[in-house]
Design a protein. Structure first.
Length: 353
């Protein structure tokens, strides 16, 4: 009897419990991790979406309309500005002024283009120009040194052969004697004449060679020395014309006067030649460790040039007292000979190495 009374009670409790568990399972905030066990999840742990960050449909539509409308508005404003600017230009400037502005702008553009073309051409020339290496420079300077040395030695040889013939023919006291001597020594006089032409041409070559050889070391001094040698060569060339006149002269007076004029012009040129040697003494630098040789040859060149200047300057300043010029010549004759000859030998065998 007791058991039958308890059975309905047990079934009721079981049903009531099942209903409450079912409600808890489907209620938000409860999670059944294991049968007969449950765990409550607090609202803090629930990840709810942030409503402020997510745009609503109204805001999305408004953004779309803004994005669609902004370019058209910008283009419209720009077109309005352009039309207003064109209208102002058309009002303010007449069509002739506009054409002038267009022409000026086109001319300026052409000038800029031509400048750019010239710059590119210069750059191309610089880039494609053949650059000399140190070896090539040494070869070219060596060739110049040999040319200068040989020219100076040949000049000394020709002067040694030509000057004595003219001194033999010229008579300072009697024009008739000079005329007869020229007639008696026609072939030798003609040979001396061609010898002086050779000296003139070699002098031009040396003037160019000295400038070319020393322009990298000291451009100003090299230019000065080359110009002085060129002036001397020009004076010598004018003097040689007097030799032609003396050779073809029909009278004794013309032959004597022409030969005297030759020596006068040549002596003036030797003053310039002496200054050239003095400048060359400062230019000369021997490529050797023996400094005494460099100093000795520089001093010889300088004193030789000074001797030429003093001798022929006193010859013109004191023509009646020739003893002064002869005394100066005897003092400086060694330097006059050894200075240029020593320089010629050095350039021939050691110059440019």
């Amino acid at each position: 009897m007791k058991i039958t009374c308890l059975l309905p009670l047990l079934t009721f409790t079981l049903l009531f419990g099942a209903c409450t568990i079912h409600k808890r399972v489907h209620r938000p905030g409860y999670h059944i991790s294991h049968p007969f066990k449950h765990k409550r999840i607090t609202p803090k742990n629930i990840h709810k979406p942030q409503a402020s960050l997510l745009p609503s449909s109204a805001t999305i539509d408004s953004l779309k309309t803004i994005q669609l409308n902004t370019p058209s508005k910008l283009t419209a404003t720009k077109s309005n500005e352009n039309t207003s600017a064109k209208a102002q230009l058309s009002r303010s400037t007449p069509p002739k002024a506009q054409t002038r502005k267009v022409k000026d702008s086109s001319a300026s553009i052409k000038q800029e283009v031509t400048k750019d073309v010239q710059r590119t051409q210069k750059l191309r020339k610089k880039n494609f120009a053949p650059t000399l290496t140190t070896k090539d420079q040494k070869i070219s300077s060596r060739k110049l040194a040999i040319t200068i040395g040989l020219a100076l030695l040949f000049m000394a040889l020709l002067a040694g052969l030509s000057v004595p013939i003219l001194n033999k023919v010229l008579s300072t006291t009697s024009p008739l004697t000079t005329f007869t001597q020229i007639g008696a020594n026609k072939s030798s006089f003609l040979g001396a004449l061609f010898g002086w032409i050779g000296i003139f041409l070699l002098d031009l070559l040396v003037a160019w060679g000295v400038w070319k050889y020393y322009k990298e070391d000291d451009k100003q001094k090299a230019k000065t020395s080359g110009i002085l040698r060129l002036i001397y060569s020009i004076l010598l060339g004018v003097a040689i014309l007097q030799l032609f006149k003396s050779y073809s002269a029909g009278t004794a007076l013309v032959a004597h006067q022409s030969l005297t004029n030759f020596f006068t012009l040549w002596n003036v040129g030797l003053i310039v030649f002496g200054i050239h040697l003095m400048v060359l003494a400062f230019l000369y630098k021997a490529d050797t460790e023996k400094k005494w040789l460099t100093i000795a040859l520089s001093i010889a060149l300088f004193l030789g040039g000074l001797g030429y200047v003093l001798q022929y300057a006193t010859y013109f300043l004191f023509p009646q007292q020739l003893i002064i010029s002869t005394t100066i010549e005897s003092l400086f004759i060694v330097f006059m000979i050894l200075g240029e000859l020593g320089y010629a030998v050095w350039m021939l065998f050691k110059g440019g190495r």
